[in-house]
Design a protein. Sequence first.
Length: 299
Amino acid sequence: MAQGRDRFRGSFPALITPMTENGDIDEAAMRRFVDWQIEQGSNGLVAVGTTGESPTLDHGEHKAVVELVIEQAKGRVPVIAGTGSNSTAEAIDLTRHAEAAGADAALVVVPYYNKPTQAGLYAHFRAVAEATALPVFIYNVPGRTVADIANETIVRLVRDCPNIIGIKDATGALDRVSLLRLELGEDFVQLSGEDGTALGFNAHGGVGCISVTANVAPALCAEFQAATLAGDFQKARALQDRLMPLHRAMFVETSPGPVKYAVSLLGFCSPHARLPMVEIAESSKKAVEAAMRHAGILD
């Protein structure tokens, strides 16, 4: 299992879901975008996470996008499918579909809105893990879910469920990385879910990032991750300085508004996102453009 876990290292863009102006999924743009991400050096792909607008895709669309990304990737890089829900039954259904479609792992978000207890979170993730043979990543993002899965609950789950192999941690609490590493060892795959703190995250023992910024700057993000994993933090800091304004600009308004606008400037798709997400303000567009110029990815 440890050897298989080595596949989940480096830069994994949390892919946008390109859409046409009338709100349909733009399949041709998605295929071009997947190819470009791989050509630019992304180490893997994450389909239909928050950045992929999972809250506003219906289940049929969700499954279709997962299938499309897996098909287009053609095994060149691992594909992690977002399969979480605040309903355990729905999460199990989406995870089983991802397994049947050929995903390499499932990313299962902490249930949102209904705010389960730690006992409820344990029961939820155990039920999902036991329903699949896929490797499972816990996704902890309390800024969106309200609930925060405690390190103690994660440790218990990993010890009871062999296929829970890692976490996407978007808490920003960097000490949690070291604390989990001390409990679970180096084989537990810790991926940052927050671009701006990924430098410190990897210094604590993280091995990669599920990244919003990598949608826009995949080569730079992959180079940054490679530098940290090689222990070259001087090079990583230099890349961080190029990328930091872009990390901030991707959240100048609620994601995925800014990142979809940025990708539209690269010519891959329209900036359209589904309601209740709307086009970002002109001031936000200027901030995104300035950050892209600072990173050297926009003339």
